[in-house]
Design a protein around this ligand. Structure first.
Ligand code: AMP
Length: 115
């Protein structure tokens, strides 16, 4: 079964795509948690951070370069932003296709609640 994000990458599910190249697609999160909430997704379907292969080093770096450029384009580079990758149940991962969340546009508060 293709993941939701594979369907978006294939154009079978609508999304507001802000950037696309052969390795990465970036689109708006459907339930934004901040004024800027963009998902940076590899076209290669890597399920979780645990599944990143040694050979993916340049792809993972590229995702962060794309995130940096999108932060600049969105005008949040100087005010600041957060890049998040959730992994598995304790990480709160909902979609099992690796993605970086780019969040910004307001003060985001503490990274995670302290128990
Ligand atoms: P995660 O919890 O890290 O797996 O994040 C998954 C993210 O995907 C959530 O922030 C969702 O709001 C977002 N999401 C789920 N379905 C869609 C969709 N069809 N288009 C855009 N974003 C989505």
């Amino acid at each position: 079964m293709p993941t939701l994000f594979e369907k978006i990458i294939a154009g079978d599910l609508p999304a507001t795509v802000l950037y696309r190249d052969p390795r990465v697609v970036a689109f708006l999160d459907i339930r934004p948690a901040a004024p800027v909430h963009i998902l940076i997704v590899p076209t290669k379907p890597i399920p979780t951070a645990n599944d990143i292969a040694d050979d993916d080093e340049s792809l993972i770096g590229h995702m962060f370069i794309v995130a940096r450029d999108l932060a600049r384009q969105q005008g949040i580079a100087e005010s600041g932003y957060r890049l998040v990758i959730n992994c598995n149940a304790h990480g709160g991962q909902e979609v099992y296709h690796l993605h970086v969340h780019l969040l910004g546009g307001r003060p985001l508060g503490p990274m995670a609640a302290r128990a």
